[in-house]
Design a protein around this ligand. Structure first.
Ligand code: FE2
Length: 104
């Protein structure tokens, strides 16, 4: 999740915003989803699986990840059901990107 978030926020979404400035609201929504999921994941990592809230938190995280993936596939990848996402330039590829130390 952290690598996904890092690559998209450092490479993909800046390129998408440059290629299609009119998509800034959708980009901001996806970035906010990242923040929520990373926060939820950090809570789970420090929580005992026997805790009464663990299953509920895990279920909501899974639902949020599925929603996020569906939106990104629909909006940004060619052939998605909505098919109206902008084409992101080749420079947005993650080829040489490396997350900073401590992020995995
Ligand atoms: Fe994402």
């Amino acid at each position: 999740m952290t690598v996904h978030t890092y690559l998209e926020e450092e490479i993909f979404y800046p390129a998408a915003r440059e290629a299609a400035p009119e998509e800034k609201d959708r980009v901001l929504e996806r970035v906010e989803e990242h923040h929520g999921m990373v926060w939820q994941l950090s809570e789970l990592q420090g929580l005992d699986p026997a805790d009464k809230t663990f299953d509920a938190k895990a279920t909501v995280l899974i639902e949020n990840v599925r929603h996020h993936v569906e939106k990104e596939e629909d909006e940004w990848f060619p052939g998605g059901p909505q098919g109206d996402g902008p084409q992101v330039p080749a420079g947005a590829r993650a080829g040489n990107a490396r997350p900073p130390r401590g992020r995995a």
